[in-house]
Design a protein around this ligand. Structure first.
Ligand code: ACO
Length: 419
C-alpha cells in the first residue's frame, strides 16, 4: 500500500485510529481473518472491554474494514526486575480479499511510529505464524514448554517441606484477589511477565462451556503455608474411561507459586488426582522445577515453542532499562531498515546495578540487526548462539563472549499468558 493510501490495485484505503462505535465491525474483520468461527460471548465481551481503541487502528476500504491491529498498554518485566512500558501488539488481521497488498505493512508502519511517539521503548507480541514479524524487526525472545505427562508412569520427587503446604479447593472467582497477589510477587522475579493491568485478571477466569471440550468447569486449588496463601493452580479435569478402566486427564491452565515447596505441592497434587493418568500443561516456563523432579522426562513429552517476540522501538531506552548479570561494555552496529532512527552505533555500558546505552562514533564490536537485539533482550536467547547462527557478527575479536554472558538471565524469561 502506498503512502497515499492506495494499494497496488488502485483501491483507496484509509488507516486510522479505531472509534469505539466501530468496534463490532472491526472485531468481526479480525474474527474472519482467523477463519470466522465466532468466539463465545463472554470472551468477545472481555476483549471488547480490554480493547484500547485510542491505541488501535483499522484499515478501511470505503465503509468496509479490511485491516485491524491493536496495541495494549502493558508493563513488562525485564532482567533486573524493572517493569517497562511496552506496546502489546495484538488483534492483527487483514481481510482475505485484501491480503498481500501491503495492508499489514502499512499498519506496522503506523503502529511503530505511534509506539515511538508514546515513548514506549519496546513492542511485543505473540505471533500466529513466526514467519510474519521478523521483517518488522521482531525477534523471538521467549519459549514455553508444552507437555503431556504420563502420570501413570512418571513419579515426582518433591523437596523437603512440601508436606507442610496446605491445599484447599476454592471458587476461582472468590479467591481471585489472593491469587493475583501471588502473581504480582512473581512479576519482578522473572523477565517476560506482564504486570497485571485492570481487567486482565478476568482472563484467567474465562470458562465458556464451548471451550471445555468435555472437561469440567474451571477448578482452583489454593496453597498456603502458615496461614498465608503462597500459590494456586487453575485446571480442569476431563474424565475418560477406557477398556482398562479410568484414563482421565488433568488440563492445567495456571500454576503460580512464590516458593519451591508450594510449587512442588501443587504439581504433586495434579499428578495424583485419582482416575486420571495424564497431565496436559501448556505454556510453562522452560526452566520450571517439575522438569527436574520427574522420574522420566521423556514420558512428559516436553516440547518448546516460541512465545513472546520483542521489538526494540528505542534501542537506547530499551537497553538502558534492563540490567546485565556481568559487566558489559560493548559497541553495537545496529541495522534497522524499518525503524531507521535505531540504525547506527550504540555503546552499551552496564552491570547488575544499571546500564546506559547511547549513540557513539566509536568503532563497533558487534554487528547485528534490531531483530537479534529483540531476541536476546530478555536474556533467554544467547548472543553467542545467534553469533554461531551467523546472525551476530563479531567485529572486534573476543567481543561476543562477554556480551553474551552479560545479556543472559539465570531465570528463563516467560510470558504467562497470551494477549
Ligand atoms: C500479533 C498478532 O495478532 S498475530 C496474528 C496475525 N494474523 C493472522 O495470522 C490472521 C491471518 N492472516 C492475515 O490476516 C494476514 O495474512 C497477515 C496479517 C498475516 C498478513 O497481512 P498482509 O496484508 O497480507 O501482509 P502484507 O501484504 O503487508 O505482507 C508483507 C510481507 O509479509 C509477507 N507475509 C504476509 N503474511 C505472511 C505469512 N503468513 N507468512 C509469511 N510471510 C507473510 C508477505 O509475503 C510480504 O512479503 P514481501 O514484503 O516480501 O512481499
Amino acid at each position: 500500500m502506498g503512502t497515499d493510501g492506495t494499494d497496488g490495485t488502485g483501491l483507496a484505503t484509509e488507516v486510522r485510529v479505531l472509534r469505539r462505535d466501530e468496534w463490532d465491525i472491526w472485531y468481526d474483520t479480525l474474527v474472519r481473518a482467523f477463519g470466522g468461527v465466532p468466539e463465545p460471548a463472554e470472551e468477545r465481551e472481555l476483549f471488547r472491554s480490554l480493547t484500547e481503541c485510542d491505541r488501535s487502528i483499522g484499515v478501511w476500504d470505503g465503509d468496509a474494514c479490511v485491516g485491524t491491529a491493536g496495541a495494549f498498554g502493558f508493563r513488562l518485566s525485564v532482567p533486573g526486575g524493572a517493569v517497562v512500558p511496552v506496546a502489546g501488539v495484538t488483534m492483527v488481521g487483514v481481510a482475505p480479499t485484501h491480503r498481500r497488498r501491503g495492508v499489514l505493512t502499512a499498519m506496522m508502519r503506523r503502529q511503530l511510529d505511534d509506539v515511538r511517539s508514546w515513548g514506549e521503548p519496546l513492542a511485543v507480541l505473540t505471533a500466529s505464524e513466526p514467519a510474519i514479524y521478523g521483517r518488522f524487526g521482531y525477534g523471538a525472545a521467549t519459549v514455553q514448554v508444552n507437555a503431556e505427562i504420563d502420570t501413570g508412569r512418571v513419579r515426582l520427587s518433591v523437596p523437603a517441606g512440601t508436606d507442610g503446604v496446605a491445599l484447599r479447593y476454592a471458587d476461582p472467582a472468590a479467591v481471585l484477589d489472593v491469587c493475583e497477589a501471588v502473581y504480582a510477587r512473581l512479576v519482578p522475579e522473572r523477565a517476560g511477565m506482564l504486570e497485571r493491568r485492570p481487567g486482565w485478571e478476568r482472563l484467567g477466569l474465562l470458562d465458556p462451556e464451548s471451550r471445555r471440550d468435555g472437561a469440567s468447569p474451571l477448578q482452583c486449588v489454593v496453597a498456603s503455608r502458615d496461614g498465608e496463601v503462597t500459590g494456586y493452580a487453575r485446571f480442569r479435569v476431563r474424565p475418560r474411561w477406557g477398556p482398562g478402566g479410568p484414563d482421565g486427564e488433568v488440563v492445567l491452565q495456571d500454576l503460580d507459586a512464590v516458593d519451591a515447596v508450594t510449587r512442588a505441592a501443587l504439581w504433586r497434587f495434579l499428578f495424583d488426582i485419582d482416575l486420571t493418568s495424564r497431565v496436559t500443561a501448556r505454556g510453562r516456563p522452560a526452566d520450571e522445577a517439575w522438569l527436574y523432579q520427574v522420574s522420566d522426562p521423556r514420558r512428559c513429552a516436553p516440547r518448546l515453542r516460541d512465545t513472546l517476540f520483542a521489538r526494540l522501538v528505542d534501542v537506547g531506552a530499551a537497553l538502558s532499562a534492563r540490567t546485565y548479570q556481568a559487566p558489559v561494555d560493548v559497541v553495537f552496529e545496529v541495522e534497522d531498515a524499518f525503524c531507521p532512527w535505531n540504525a547506527g552505533r550504540w555503546r552499551l555500558s552496564g552491570d547488575a546495578k544499571g546500564a546506559s546505552c547511547t549513540p557513539t562514533s566509536d568503532p563497533a564490536d558487534l554487528a547485528l540487526s534490531v531483530r537479534e537485539l529483540g531476541a536476546a533482550y530478555l536474556g533467554g536467547v544467547s548472543l553467542a548462539a545467534l553469533g554461531a547462527a551467523g546472525r551476530v557478527r563479531e567485529v572486534r575479536r573476543g567481543a561476543l563472549a562477554p556480551a553474551s554472558v552479560g545479556f543472559a538471565s539465570t531465570v528463563a524469561p516467560w510470558l504467562p499468558h497470551g494477549f
